[in-house]
Design a protein around this ligand. Structure first.
Ligand SMILES: C[S@@+](CC[C@H](N)C(=O)[O-])C[C@H]1O[C@@H](n2cnc3c(N)ncnc32)[C@H](O)[C@@H]1O
Length: 273
C-alpha cells in the first residue's frame, strides 16, 4: 500500500466496517491469543500492534501492559490511533524501530497481505522473530478470500440480488474473485474498474443498495491507487512461518462463523526459543 493512499484513507477510516475491521468474534480470537501468552507468563505483556486498529487498542489488556503501535503513515496515526501520544511509532513493519526480544505479543488486523508475496511477508516474519522474546506470540487476521467467493460474475449476481450487506463485504468478495497467483495478488484499482463496469457509478451503487455515498465514493482512492494486495491464506502463512528457518509454531487458526468469516482466519503463532 502506498503511504499516499493511507494519508487519504485516514479521513475516511471511520466509514470502514466489518469484515474489514474486527468484529466481536475477531476480538475474542485476539483475546484467545493473549490468553495463550498469559497462561505461561505471570507478568504483564509488552505488546505491539501493527497498524493503528482501534479495536485492538480496546482489547482487555492486563493492567501494566506496555502497548505500542507501529505504522508507516503519520496521518493514520494522527487520525485513528486512540492511545496516548508517543505510543504509536512511525516506521516499517519489516525494519521495526525496536530492540531484539523486546515484545511479547504482536497483533495485526488485515495487514499481512499488504506486504508482497513471498519476499515482503517473509521479511515481516523474520523481523517478528527478531523483536519477539522467546515464547512470544504473533496473531494476525488474514484477508484470504481467494477460492472462497466465486468469480466476479457470481459476486455481481449476489450484489444484484441484494445478498451483499455492505461495500466492505463486496470488496472482500471481489478481492477473492479477482486475485491472481500468490505472486500476482489483486489490485484494488482492478476491483474498482470491475465495480464501475458492472454497476455504472459510485453514486448508483450507493443509491441501489442504501449504502453511504461518502463510503462508496471512497472507491475513488482505490481507483487511483497503485497498490497490490497479496492475500495469503492461513495454511501458506503457517508454512512460511514454520520449520527451523521460520522459527514459529502454529497454536491456533480461528475461522469466525460470521458471514465471510471463513475468508478472515485469525492465525496465532508462537516464536520458538
Ligand atoms: C493494519 S492495515 C489494514 C487495515 C486494518 N483492518 C485495520 O483495522 O487497521 C492498515 C495500516 O497498515 C499500515 N501499513 C501497511 N503496510 C505497512 C508497512 N509495511 N509498515 C508499516 N505500516 C504499514 C498502513 O499505513 C495502515 O495504517
Amino acid at each position: 500500500m502506498t503511504s499516499q493512499h493511507w494519508s487519504r484513507m485516514a479521513r475516511l477510516w471511520q466509514l470502514v466496517g466489518p469484515p474489514l475491521r474486527p468484529a466481536a468474534q475477531d476480538r475474542a480470537a485476539y483475546h484467545g491469543a493473549l490468553g495463550q501468552w498469559r497462561r505461561e507468563h505471570a507478568r504483564p505483556p509488552r505488546a505491539l500492534i501493527l497498524g493503528v486498529t482501534p479495536e485492538l487498542h480496546a482489547l482487555d489488556w492486563p493492567a501494566g501492559t506496555s502497548l505500542l503501535a507501529l505504522d508507516a503513515s503519520p496521518q493514520m496515526i494522527e487520525a485513528v490511533w486512540p492511545g496516548p501520544a508517543g505510543t504509536a511509532l512511525r516506521g516499517s513493519w519489516t525494519a521495526m524501530p525496536l530492540a531484539a526480544a523486546s515484545r511479547d505479543i504482536v497483533l495485526c488486523d488485515g495487514g499481512f497481505g499488504m506486504l508482497s508475496y513471498p519476499h515482503g511477508q517473509a521479511a515481516l516474519l523474520r523481523e517478528l522473530r527478531r523483536v519477539l522474546a522467546p515464547g512470544g506470540i504473533f496473531a494476525a487476521r488474514l484477508f484470504a478470500p481467494k477460492g472462497r467467493t466465486g468469480n466476479a460474475d457470481e459476486v455481481f449476481a449476489r450484489l444484484a440480488a441484494g445478498d451483499i450487506a455492505s461495500l466492505d463485504a463486496l470488496k472482500l468478495q471481489l478481492w477473492g474473485a479477482l486475485h491472481g497467483s500468490p505472486e500476482q495478488g489483486v489490485q484494488p484499482q482492478c476491483v474498482v474498474a470491475h465495480i464501475l463496469a458492472a454497476v455504472g457509478g459510485f453514486d448508483r451503487l450507493a443509491a441501489d443498495h442504501g449504502w453511504s455515498l461518502e463510503h462508496t465514493r471512497s472507491l475513488e482512492l482505490h481507483r487511483a491507487s497503485q497498490a497490490t494486495y497479496f492475500l495469503t491464506d492461513a495454511a501458506e502463512m503457517v508454512r512460511m512461518a514454520g520449520g527451523a528457518q521460520g522459527g514459529f509454531e502454529c497454536l491456533d487458526i480461528v475461522e469466525p462463523d460470521y458471514e465471510l468469516g471463513a475468508c478472515c482466519p485469525i492465525v496465532t503463532l508462537r516464536c520458538g526459543g
